[in-house]
Design a protein around this ligand. Structure first.
Ligand SMILES: [Fe+2]
Length: 237
């Protein structure tokens, strides 16, 4: 399979800046010194590898993890993981996590005034098939407030983590939804300077995959490298 590696030599402005002052916490945590490129050794390229048994058959349905249905707009998110030549990346582990329809995470740190949903945990995982394809079912996450600046709201988004064959090659990103008025106001979204690269994080509404009277569909392809690569968090070039 194609190896998921760090994004190298990305085009200017197509990946998030380490330090993007409007995203306040990036100031303190961004590096002050030039980065060191650690050579990859054989052990990092060859092992350890997660087992396929890690992912169960229902793990990609976030609406079916409890006794009842979660509140919210049911969606399916689907797409392919591709390398820079458009070849499928098979056997990649995708993990997702998100807020519920009210914009609240099931996490002790998230205590803002929105209800938890007893039928929604907000985490799931799936592996890509031989054609690099994946899909998962969920509910559309709500926007939520955060303390970055006065009246700051995160646009609706789903967090993605990808693992390749070697577990040291994790990539993390966020998927957004089309037509969200909060995106232009979001410092995290705007930490990617290049407009076209930023838009690669916005999923595409997909009427073809929508199931009538059941769920809406959104398409989100993930490209690991090259001039059309997906922006990833904290990846260096
Ligand atoms: Fe989030």
């Amino acid at each position: 399979m194609s190896e998921i590696t760090m994004v190298e030599q990305a085009l200017e402005g197509t990946q998030p800046e380490f330090c993007h002052p409007p995203y306040v916490s990036s100031i303190a945590r961004s590096p002050r010194s030039p980065l060191l490129l650690l050579p990859r050794t054989l052990s990092e390229r060859t092992g350890p590898v997660f087992g396929h048994g890690l992912v169960g058959p229902g793990d990609n349905d976030l609406t079916a993890q409890h006794q009842g249905q979660p509140i919210g707009e049911r969606i399916v998110v689907h797409g392919r993981v591709l390398d820079e030549d458009g070849r499928p990346v098979r056997g990649a582990l995708i993990e997702v996590w998100q807020a519920n329809a009210a914009g609240r995470y099931r996490h002790r740190i998230d205590q803002h005034q929105a209800p938890l949903d007893p039928n929604f945990t907000g985490t799931g995982r799936v592996m890509t098939g031989d054609d690099g394809y994946y899909w998962f079912r969920s509910i559309k996450p709500g926007a939520y407030p955060w303390s970055n600046h006065p009246n700051a709201w995160r646009p609706a988004h789903i967090h993605f983590s990808l693992f390749g064959a070697g577990i040291l090659s994790r990539l993390v990103t966020q998927m957004y939804f089309p037509g969200d008025p909060l995106q232009p106001l979001d410092p995290i979204f705007n930490s990617i300077a290049d407009e076209r690269a930023r838009q690669r994080l916005v999923s595409r509404f997909d009427i073809e995959k929508t199931i009538p009277e059941f769920e809406l569909a959104f398409n989100f392809d993930i490209v690991l490298r090259g001039s059309s690569d997906t922006p990833f968090e904290d990846q260096r070039r």
